[in-house]
Design a protein around this ligand. Sequence first.
Ligand SMILES: Cc1cc2nc3c(=O)[nH]c(=O)nc-3n(C[C@H](O)[C@H](O)[C@H](O)COP(=O)(O)O)c2cc1C
Length: 177
Amino acid sequence: MKPILIFYASRDGQAERIAQTLAVHLNTWPVQLCDLKTPSAPTIPSAAIIVVASVRYGRHLPEAVQFFKQKTKQLAQTPLAIASVSLSARKGDGSPNGYLKKLIYQHQLSPFAALSIAGKLNYPHYGWLDKQIIRLIMRMTGGPSDGISCIEYTDWPQLTAFAQKITAHLRQDNADG
Ligand SMILES: Cc1cc2nc3c(=O)[nH]c(=O)nc-3n(C[C@H](O)[C@H](O)[C@H](O)COP(=O)(O)O)c2cc1C
């Protein structure tokens, strides 16, 4: 059985936590987790590739963007699912938001599942400049701009549904031969 490869790009740990939880949900398959910051991401044949990447300053983390640029061929030949992690996703229902739509469009991707999932707000963890920027983003989107809140917005049931979608797709793929 070919493994599912889960690649993640995370700075403060939430996208990593989401990738790890996804791996647990998909535990009926062999799963390999890989941090995109590590120099060589494996390119072994896989049943599916899942990318979990967080957004910073309006873009997905550079190692994720780099991955989509470099692995175009493999991504076109392997079932792909993407989970985009951001704070603005807390306002949505999981369907792709502007960040994710742009990523898909720019890299001409065809994921069978695409999720925009909320991350974590952690003011005490941010440096001064990042804190001011996040306060601005939160003020513009009606969230806490107090500079002290620590709130996990991640909708875990949304991730469970995403995992179920992946499993159903792979079962169908297997059944089709
Ligand atoms: C410096 C910084 C910039 C961010 N920029 C954005 C942004 O432009 N849009 C957004 O929706 N969320 C933004 N976020 C929120 C992150 O996407 C969110 O906190 C996510 O959980 C971070 O994932 P990570 O812990 O895996 O790094 C930003 C967070 C930080 C710290």
